[in-house]
Design a protein around this ligand. Structure first.
Ligand code: AMP
Ligand code: MG
Length: 390
């Protein structure tokens, strides 16, 4: 049995990034940038009006001033207008500021009288002018290599005139569930059988990472079909097998992998739930064997599979997001493995939820966070702890 940290390091070391590719911005959501990107354009790109109103010279604009309107500047082409004290230009939001103007009076604070406008408020220098570069300077870094592309990132890149970007590569994954007791949902359940829920769980988790799930198969605890299913699975970048990785006579995954020439790099990790975790490599495929118990499969996916898949896709930071939370109960881990306690974040507090057993799927579904309690650790109610969000 190896430590959780060592297992994660080994898995991450083995995870090879797939070849980067250039995609249109419209296809870049959730991908990871393969480049550092700097701004080509300042934002705002030119001084412009934040309001519909009048461009004025602030120093000639005390409350009650009457100004001659010498022209109009809508958003769009710059009409190259110029004003002097005592004059105003009718202006609209986003329009370039006429030369000589140094403030905008908003329309609601004026009275238009023919070719003149009366200013009904005091005007401050620079008011309602959005200055060139105030948000973003040319040459400023807008994206780190490995950073995930969010909708707002796409907007920022579009504001620079980019049409596409270079992102990390795709990851193809196969899911294989094993176990004679498993029945695919939709089929009839006999005595002693259960529905295969892990296939769906792992498919969803994998898709949540942004990987393409190319196949989801189920296989009984029999050597021949398992051999064939694994052989098909390892043509992908990643194969995730669930069930059959333990020590029982019906746990055939490990021996079958060896028959196929796979290396078994990890078997059994000090983590609860999830001890019988397996990691190996077959050809170019990273093979994960997750315990069949749903919570164990879930926890080991998040701690080992997810970071590996994200790294393959070019992620700079493959760990789960964490946040500090106030613990609502005392927690003691008397075991010799770190324990991932399932809980819920409510008003900044972490509340353990559901039965903390590795088959307890109902409780798992009500949780949204994991608290890692180290072996031998004792935590007190009211303490601030770091929890992982998922
Ligand atoms: P195993 O890891 O094969 O020893 O299975 C451990 C436990 O998880 C057993 O109670 C199995 O019935 C259950 N289990 C295994 N695979 C699945 C699955 N795909 N969906 C739901 N439960 C499973
Ligand atoms: Mg089994």
């Amino acid at each position: 049995m190896i430590s959780e940290e060592e297992a994660r390091n080994r898995v991450l070391e083995a995870a090879r990034t797939t070849p980067e590719r250039t995609v249109p911005l419209s296809k870049a959501l959730d991908c990871f940038s393969a480049r550092e990107v700097v701004a080509l354009l300042a934002l705002p790109t030119f001084d412009n009006s934040a309001m519909d109103g009048y461009a004025v010279v602030a120093s000639s604009c005390a409350k009650g001033a009457r100004l001659r309107v010498i022209g109009e500047q809508p958003a769009g082409r710059d009409r190259q207008l110029r004003i002097s004290p005592g004059e105003a230009v009718r202006i609209f939001t986003g329009a370039p500021i006429p030369a000589g103007a140094d403030a905008i009076v908003m329309q609601e604070d004026t009275t238009r009288e023919g070719s003149e406008v009366v200013v009904n408020v005091d005007v401050d220098l620079g008011e309602f002018i959005r200055r060139r570069g105030a948000d973003l300077a040319e040459g400023q870094k807008i994206l780190e290599r490995g950073e995930q592309i969010r909708p707002t990132t796409i907007a920022l890149l579009a504001s620079q005139g980019f049409t596409d970007m270079t992102v990390g590569g795709e990851v193809n994954a196969a899911i294989l569930s094993t176990g004679d007791e498993l029945v695919t949902p939709g089929k009839k359940l006999d005595q002693g059988q259960i529905y295969d829920s892990n296939s769906m769980l792992l498919q969803a988790l994998m898709q949540g990472c942004g990987a393409s799930v190319t196949s989801v198969e189920h296989c009984p605890d029999q050597r021949e079909p398992l051999f064939k299913a694994i052989r098909r699975g390892i043509t992908n970048h990643v194969l995730v097998i669930t069930g059959g990785v333990s020590v029982g006579e019906h746990d055939l995954v490990q021996t079958t992998l060896r028959t196929l020439g796979a290396s078994i790099d990890i078997w059994r990790v000090a983590i609860k739930p999830g001890k019988p975790f397996l990691f190996g490599q077959a050809n170019e495929c990273a093979v994960f064997g997750l315990p069949g118990n749903p919570v164990s499969a879930f926890v080991t996916f998040l701690q080992f599979v997810r970071p590996a898949v994200l790294k393959m896709m070019g992620a700079g930071e493959p760990s789960l997001r964490t946040m500090p939370a106030r613990l609502t109960v005392d927690l003691v881990n008397e075991g010799d493995r770190p324990h991932y306690v399932r809980g819920k974040i409510e008003n900044g507090a972490f509340v353990p939820i559901g039965r903390q057993e590795s088959h307890a799927l109902f409780g798992l579904n009500r949780s949204n966070a994991l608290l890692r309690v180290a072996a031998g650790e004792s935590l007190k109610s009211g303490e601030i702890v770091d929890v992982q969000l998922w």
